[in-house]
Design a binder for this molecule. Structure first.
Ligand code: IMP
Ligand code: MG
Length: 168
């Protein structure tokens, strides 16, 4: 086990307070990155007592296995127009940064008021693409992790905590 359920809950509450402070009632758009960000978005949105809209998109940067391809495809798009809106991209983890960098670029091209990023986990030592991560839950070492949305070949997303694949 790397991050326990209780630690996640406490940190999500802290992130919620920071985001609430920063955005207030601007009706921000939380953009969850399917499928990994599902538990994180579900918990985070309930720690935000402000006006907000939730939407999702799906990116694909990983084939089967544990290595990043560096190629990011938008597999499913948002259902709303984000022009003039404050956008917060919420993802499970930033690893090489290719996914978040590409998503941020793609959404910025739609003329939103602002685009920021929020991830539960940050593998700082692995960065290849330059991207600012505005809200980070936990910095973790370079180990492959699963649980709380994170998968290995589609499995383990339903674990309530974050564990190393090795440790399972
Ligand atoms: P990046 O483009 O290399 O930053 O990778 C981002 C995406 O890769 C994340 O949204 C995850 O879906 C996936 N990913 C990266 N590291 C891990 C991991 O340790 N476990 C599970 N998925 C991961
Ligand atoms: Mg993902």
């Amino acid at each position: 086990m790397l991050v326990a359920e209780k630690e996640i809950a406490a940190r999500v509450a802290e992130l919620g307070r920071a985001i609430t402070r920063d955005y207030g009632d601007t009706n921000l758009v939380l953009v969850g990155v399917l499928q990994g960000a599902i538990p994180f978005v579900a918990d985070l949105m309930r720690s935000l007592p402000i006006a907000l809209t939730v939407d999702f998109l799906r990116a694909s940067s990983y084939g089967p296995g544990t290595t990043s391809s560096g190629i990011v495809r938008l597999v499913a798009d948002l259902s709303i127009d984000i022009a003039g809106r404050h956008v917060l991209i919420v993802d499970d983890i930033v690893d090489t940064g290719h996914t978040l960098a590409a998503l941020k670029r793609a959404l910025e091209a739609r003329h939103p008021e602002s685009v920021r990023t929020c991830v539960l986990l940050d593998k700082t030592g692995r960065r290849e693409a330059e991207v600012t991560v505005d809200y980070v839950g936990f910095a973790i070492p370079n180990v492959f992790v699963v649980g709380y949305g994170l998968d290995y070949d589609g499995l383990y997303r339903n674990l309530p905590h974050v564990a190393t694949l090795e440790g399972l």
